[in-house]
Design a protein around this ligand. Structure first.
Ligand code: ADP
Length: 431
């Protein structure tokens, strides 16, 4: 391109030579001056054009070094252009890094982020979004999202303009997603997705818990109301009154046990981990639970207790350990038929921890129930549990106590062969 003005100038110069060939013109010297000036101008223009051409070549390939001709002719200009180019390269690099940082930050988000253009085609998505919608972050770019996420509810949701509306979607893997759409730019949309499966599970557990508690309280309460009405309206004889009062006492006790167990559970869940330096003697605690278990049994069972006086101290909250061991013994007494055997033994473990075992010769528990026994209100035999004053919360409390102290509850049982509940206290809390 730079050559064109130079060529034009040469043509102009040639044209101006024409008068030299015309003899009629007298002022030849005047013409010669014009010709010389035109030639000089043409050469200058041509040389300038050639240098511009070199400069343009170099600008088109800024990575290459500037040719000497360019460097000589343009001097300062070339230097400044070179600096500007270097600056622009640096700016571009910085922008690229910022974009990279930004994308990495979105990538680190626990939520899914997916960008859609005005035609609902996928422009970009992070790994979480790919995971949530079952997409491939590379292969599915530029694809229409509704071709890939085919649930009708999702298609309808994309048509809605209300940005506050949240869509709940079930994935094919059974996960629950909360999806929200935001508009930006010219028709573009940002799709945010969050896995709310855990939150929904917790919410369902909370609902179940409230329903269970209400049910457990309503049953004895309804019985109490019935008894109160009987006493108020029926002309009862003395022995009948005594019987009704005894039943009322049983129902009130049941409600009281339930409220106590609920408070114990709430306390266990809400209080900090027990201090590791509050020591108490295990022997003293076992004397206490032994008296309670024998009183509960009222001579209906045969007990076996550790023979030697225990010289062991445990660290933690003594009242919690009391509640755990008493619960295991109470279960053994309540579920083991008359004349059955119940034993408590204490064993030092190889890792210096301590195991307190409560064994009974009761009915035993089928394998399918074992993993669920520590769930709140889970009962193998509901009527037997309630008839013996059970709340369905005992083993849940025992498990919590063990976990809070860094220990564990182990359950071994087989139908017809009795049960063994072992409470493991960690070595750091035994001396
Ligand atoms: P509950 O108050 O009903 O006894 P728990 O949480 O203490 O509640 O026990 C849960 C269930 O485990 C009981 O309902 C019972 O079915 C079963 N269970 C617990 N201990 C024993 C045991 N020693 N022998 C047989 N079954 C037991």
């Amino acid at each position: 391109m730079g050559l064109r003005p130079a060529l034009v100038s040469i043509l102009v110069a040639c044209a101006s030579l024409l008068p030299l060939a015309v003899p009629q013109i007298e002022e030849r010297s005047w013409l010669a001056a014009i010709v010389a000036a035109s030639l000089t101008a043409a050469i200058l223009v041509w040389v300038g054009g050639w240098r511009r051409h070199l400069l343009l070549q170099w600008l088109r390939n800024p990575q290459a070094e500037a040719p000497d001709a360019v460097a000589r002719a343009w001097g300062d200009v070339a230097l400044r252009i070179e600096r500007l180019q270097a600056q622009s390269r640096k700016d571009t690099q910085r922008e690229r890094e910022r974009l990279e940082d930004f994308l990495q930050a979105i990538e680190a988000s626990p939520n899914g982020v997916l960008l859609l253009d005005a035609g609902a085609q996928i422009v970009w998505l992070n790994t979480q979004a790919a995971d949530h919608f079952g997409l491939d972050p590379k292969r599915d770019l530029r694809q229409h999202i509704t071709n890939l996420v085919r649930q009708p509810a999702f298609g309808r949701y994309l048509q809605i303009d209300d940005q506050d509306q949240v869509l709940s979607l079930q994935t094919h893997e059974g996960r629950s997603l909360a999806i929200q759409l935001r508009h930006y730019g010219e028709g573009a949309r940002l799709l945010l997705s969050q896995d709310v499966s855990d939150r929904e599970r917790t919410e369902a557990m909370r609902r179940d818990f409230v329903a269970n508690v209400s049910h457990e309280i309503r049953t004895p309460l309804a019985a109490l109301i019935g008894f109160v009405e009987s006493m108020a309206t029926l002309p009862l004889q003395e022995h009948e009154r005594a019987r009704v009062l005894e039943l009322m006492r049983q129902q009130s006790n049941r409600m009281q046990s339930l409220v106590q167990d609920l408070l114990t559970l709430a306390r266990l869940e809400g209080s900090p981990r027990p201090a590791p330096d509050q020591w108490w003697r295990l022997g003293d605690l076992l004397d206490l639970v032994r008296a309670e278990a024998e009183s509960l049994s009222q001579g209906r069972h045969q007990f076996a207790w550790p023979s030697t006086a225990l010289d062991v101290e445990l660290a933690g909250v003594e009242s919690e350990a009391h509640s755990a061991i008493a619960n295991l013994l109470s279960n053994a007494v309540r579920y083991t038929p008359e004349q059955g055997q119940i034993s408590l033994s204490v064993e030092r473990l190889p890792d210096a921890g301590l195991m307190i075992r409560v064994s009974d010769s009761g009915p035993g528990i089928a394998a399918e129930h074992l993993p669920r026994l520590t769930e709140r209100f889970y009962r193998v035999d509901g009527s037997r549990s309630r008839a013996t004053g059970g709340t369905g919360l005992g083993l849940s409390i025992v498990k919590h106590v063990c976990q809070r102290h860094g220990g564990q509850l182990r359950i071994e049982s087989e139908p017809g062969k009795g049960s063994v509940f072992s409470l493991v206290w960690p070595a750091v809390r035994v001396r």
